[in-house]
Design a protein around this ligand. Structure first.
Ligand SMILES: *Cc1c(COP(=O)(O)O)cnc(C)c1O
Length: 321
């Protein structure tokens, strides 16, 4: 592993994103503050381009390609927001993109990825080795592989959201960030440590997939089976080498919430704040509510990571089906 990225790299990423990524709003909720007794600042990445913070990391990584890399383009494997982030970034930067997606990926996600102009190659999740297939295609076409989280340019790109948040709010007492593979959490921690050194930083992951919590406790990366949870953006089996090294150094704790708590968070966002948030996007707020008794009057940053959810599924989750 090369040297770990630093906050200076987040600052450089922010300069590359300027004029391309949205500076997303920081929303407040008097109801949330009254009910849980803290002062919440919601950084709303559901309003980011393509509907999630993933645009930040993908665009930052692709905009660093040299001329030869640009000509051949980017390749990624993902059934979720990273696919759309790489596809859109490639289109904006005028380069080809190839995305490997499972045959049974939701039709809406396939259509969105193709809609951004990427070539989509389908594979069978049960019989084909996705990583081997990606490597073979990357070699054949000379394309550069952009992983969803374990890459310095990806994680420093993700860190720009918290840079914007704290620049707007001033120092915070605590920051809650959802956790899958740790790109968002590690980048956020770099920004928080630089801009608000006393701020506690917490990663929140689904109860069914607490590999991050286990890893922090064990001091090494723990691998688990793909967890069963409605938080499809956090169904990762393990943290990355770069992300774990930063999380271990800069994150105070990793905590978990249940799927029922995620639905409660989604419902609060819909009813009280009028925003559509995908299940994974509710992790951080669910974690903050759970800790509220320890945060009286505290200034608490909450990352709302994305809003890409099929409307029929969204309605069914909120209806308790
Ligand atoms: C990818 C994703 C996450 C998890 O991010 P990591 O960088 O993998 O930890 C959380 N929320 C949403 C909406 C995502 O798309």
């Amino acid at each position: 592993m090369t040297a770990l990225p630093t906050y200076d790299d987040v600052v450089a990423a922010a300069a590359r994103l300027e004029g391309h990524a949205h500076r997303t709003p920081v929303l407040r909720s008097a109801t949330a503050d009254a009910r849980w007794g803290a002062q919440f600042f919601f950084k709303c990445e559901n309003f980011q381009r393509m509907g999630a913070f993933k645009f930040r990391g993908a665009f930052n990584a692709l905009s660093r390609f040299d001329a030869a890399q640009r000509q051949a383009g980017a390749i990624a494997f993902s059934s979720g927001n990273h696919a759309q982030a790489v596809a859109l970034s490639a289109r904006l930067l005028g380069m080809p993109a190839l995305i490997l997606m499972p045959q049974d990926a939701p039709a809406a996600k396939l259509a969105a990825t193709r809609g951004y102009g990427a070539e989509v190659v389908l594979y069978d999740r049960f019989t084909e080795d996705r990583e081997a297939l990606t490597k073979r295609l990357a070699a054949e076409r000379g394309m550069t592989l952009i992983p969803p989280y374990d890459h310095p340019d990806v994680l420093t790109g993700q860190g720009t959201a918290v840079k914007e948040l704290i620049e707007e709010t001033g120092p915070l007492d605590a920051l809650y960030v959802c956790l899958g593979g740790g790109g968002l959490l590690s980048g956020s921690a770099l920004s928080a440590r630089a801009l608000s050194p006393d701020c506690k930083v917490y990663g929140i992951e689904p109860e069914a997939g607490n590999d991050g919590q286990q890893s922090l406790r064990a001091g090494r990366i723990v691998h688990i089976e793909t967890p069963r949870t409605i938080a499809d953006g956090a169904q990762t089996q393990h943290l990355g080498e770069h992300t774990f090294a930063i999380i271990r150094r800069d994150v105070d704790d990793i905590r978990t919430v249940s799927d029922a708590q995620l639905v409660d968070a989604m419902r609060f966002f819909a009813e009280r704040m009028k925003i559509v948030v995908e299940p994974t996007g509710g992790l951080a707020f669910a974690g903050a509510c759970q800790d509220a008794a320890t945060l009286p009057g505290a200034r608490v940053g909450v990352i709302v990571s994305g809003g890409n959810v099929d409307l029929a599924r969204y309605a069914a989750l909120l209806a308790g089906e």
